[in-house]
Design a protein around this ligand. Sequence first.
Ligand code: AMP
Length: 497
Amino acid sequence: MGARYVTGLIEALERYAERPAIGAGADVLRFSEVLDAVYRLAGALDDAGVGRGSGLACVTGRNRPEVLLVRLAAHVLGARLTQVVTGPAVHGLDFILRDCRPDLVVHDVPVPPARAPRLGLDELLAAAAGRDGAPMPVRAGEDDIARVTYTGGTTGRPKGVASTFRAMAARDSGRGTGWTGAAYLSVTTLAQRSGGRSLEQLLAGGRVEILDPFEPREFAAACRRLGRVSTYLTASMVYRLLDDPVTAAGIPGLEGVSYGDAPVIPERLGEAVTRWGVRWRQGYGTNESAVISRLTPADHDAGVAGRPELLASVGRPVAGVEVQVRDARGTVLPAGRTGEVWVRSKTVMAGYWNQPGLTAEVLREGWLRTGDLGHVGDGGYLYLDDRVKDVVMVNGDNIYCLPVEALLARHPAVAQAVVVGRTSMVTGEEVCAFLVPAHGCAPSGTVAAEACALVERELAPAHRPTAVFWEREIPLTARGKPDKRRLRRIAAQASAQ
Ligand code: AMP
C-alpha cells in the first residue's frame, strides 16, 4: 500500500506548502491549500462510496484546477480514474461512460445517462468544503489501476488504456530528467498528457497555470505575467503562434516548449526554433506506452545549424525504453528499413480495459506494438513514416504518408499538408492531398502541381497525389491532431460525385 507515485506527490504538497501551486487567472492555490482540498475531496468521495478499486469518472466542460484536485483525491483513495474534458468534438462519451464501469460519475456538464450514480462537481465541492481536511493515508497500491484513459476515438471505438500506479511512477522518473521551469502553462487537455505533466511540475515544487481555451495572445500575456514558463503545445498550436503577428517573432517569458502528439512540419519547426530562442523538446509517445523517444534541445539547435534532417525525427529512445522496428511477421529489421515500432518499458499500460482480445493483439511477450511505422536513421534517431492504419496502397505499393506530407509542405506557398487514401478503380487506392495555403497565398492549381511534382521527383511517381483539395485549415480532433477520418470521408465523397 501507499503507491510511490501518490506518496511522492503528497510529500511535495507538504514540502512546498507556501509556494503558489495551481493558478487559473486571478485565482491561485498554494501547495498547502491544494493538499487541504485534496484531503477534503477524498473524504467527500469516500462518503460517496468511492474507495480503493472503485471506478470514478470525472467529466468537465473545460480544463480547470478541480480536474487536478479530483485526480489527486482519486489517487489517494486508490480509485480507478477516468477523466474526460469535453471539447466540441469529444467522440463517444456515451460509450466511455459505460465502458469504464464507474461507481460514480462527477460532472460539470450534462452527461449521457449511465447506470452509475451521478454527482455534480459543485455538489462534490460543497460536500468537500463541509468536511475537515484531516490527512488520510494513501490507499493506492502499486499494482492497482490508477487510470483508464480513452484513446483512439478517431479510428474507431475509443479504447480505455489502463495504467497501474507503478507504471505511472516509472513514467514520471523517465521524464523527471527534463527542465521544468518556474511555471508550467497548461493549454492542452488535463485529461491526457498535460495532466501528468502538471503533477510532475508540482512534484518538483513548480507552479502550474491553466489556460483554456488556448489563444495566442492570451498565451503570450500569461507567459509575460508568469515568466520562466514551460509549456506543452500541439503542432497546430505552434503554427498558430507562428502565424499571429503578436507572437510570431518571439514570446517574452516563454523558456521551454515541449510538443508532440502528431507529426510536425520540419520547416515550420525550424522557423520557430530560430525565431523564439527557447528550449525545444519533442516527445513521441502513445497513451499505451508514455514517452518513447525525445528530440532534445541540443538536437533542435543542431537541426537549425546544418542538420535539418533532425527536425524530421522524433529523436532517440528515452532511458528505460527499448525500441525495435519489426516487419509484419514480427522479425526485427535493421536500421534504415521501415517497419512497425515495438517498445518495451516499465511505463507500458497493463492492457486495454475490458478488451482482452485487443490487448493480446498489441501486447506480445512484454513488448507493445505501437501501430506506428518508422525507421532508425543515422545516429540512432527514429523517424516515423506513417501509422499502420493510414498507409495508402497504390498498385500494391505501400505509400507512407509522412514523407509525402513533408515534401508537399516544403513548397513555400503551402502551409500544411495532410495525405489520406481513397479507393480508386484503377490503382486500388490513390493518394489524396489536403493543402492549406501559406499566409497571404491563395489556393492555386499551379502551386498544387508544383508541390506534387516535387513529391514525384523526390520519392517516386506512385507517391504523387492524384487528387488535391485546398482547405482554409485542417480539421482537428479533440486532441488537436489532423482528423484523417474526416478527411477520408471528404475525399471519398468528392470521388463519388
Ligand atoms: P495517443 O495515444 O492518442 O497519444 O496517440 C499516439 C499516436 O500519436 C502515436 O502512435 C503517433 O502516431 C502519434 N504521435 C505521438 N507523438 C508524436 C510525435 N512526436 N510525432 C509524430 N507523431 C506522434
